[in-house]
Design a protein. Structure first.
Length: 256
């Protein structure tokens, strides 16, 4: 009987210690890169965090804080791995938002998703290869995953998704995506979303596609280019014309 009581006491102590021990852990990450024709990308980084039972209230309090930064979250949760996975070493990201999701309870704790939404410029490099036809090459220097002895690599718990613009055609990719599967010719038909999730190495990553624009898009792009190049001159001309009209009306009224 005494031995049973001692055993129960030990089990209770272990259980109590487990409840007191608070911890957080990054379990998976999901990075979606939505490419646009202007060489920029809309990135959605989703980080899945496991939260022990005794840490749930702390997460709720941290979530209620006003505009916590990535550094604030890493300090509060005492974990690493909360970071943007697509960055341009020469340019800063913009329109950044961080949204901590609600707790989703499980039998031994809870999970929550931290979602980072932001934009990155110069993720692709564009070249004109024909009338209204453009080739885009992915800039692999924007990856910010894990550095290994062989270079940048995708961790086993990470997923990378790249979405190309509607109407674009993938012409070259390495390593081959884990999804979708290529056809018997090793090419992809009408696919616009590609995913890697089996710990792929990224040190020799290559990804390029072709996009053709319609005549209407070409005309709009032409005039947009003119406007961007001569915006200041256009404003000065408008001001000069407005000044001449006012001067003409003033002289006409004065002549009466």
């Amino acid at each position: 009987m005494r031995n049973i009581l001692i055993l129960l006491a030990l089990l209770f102590s272990v259980s109590a210690i487990a409840q007191v021990h608070a911890y957080f852990m990054v379990t998976t990450t999901n990075t979606t890169v939505i490419l646009s024709p202007n060489n920029s990308a809309h990135v959605i980084d989703t980080i899945n965090i496991f939260i022990s039972n005794s840490s749930e209230q702390q997460y709720i309090q941290d979530r209620a804080a006003v505009n916590p930064t990535i550094g604030d979250w890493e300090a509060a949760l005492q974990i690493s791995g909360i970071q943007e996975h697509i960055i341009n070493p020469k340019l800063s990201i913009h329109s950044f938002t961080l949204l901590p999701g609600p707790l989703r309870y499980t039998s031994n704790g809870a999970i929550a998703y931290l979602t980072m939404d932001y934009y990155v410029n110069n993720v692709t490099m564009m070249s004109n290869i024909g009338p209204r036809k453009f080739k885009y090459i992915f800039n692999d220097s924007v990856f910010n995953f894990v550095n290994t002895a062989s270079g940048e690599a995708l961790p086993q718990n990470a997923r990378l998704n790249i979405i190309i613009p509607k109407g674009a055609s993938l012409i070259s990719v390495y390593p081959l995506p884990d999804s979708p599967q290529s056809n018997f010719l090793g090419t992809f038909d009408n696919d616009t979303a590609f995913s890697w999730y089996l710990g792929e190495p990224l040190s020799k990553f290559s990804f390029s596609y072709v996009l053709s624009e319609s005549p209407e898009q070409e005309i709009v792009g032409f005039f947009s280019g003119i406007y961007d190049a001569y915006a200041i001159l256009i404003y000065l001309m408008i001001i000069a014309i407005a000044f001449l009209i006012v001067l003409y009306l003033y002289n006409k009224v004065s002549a009466r």
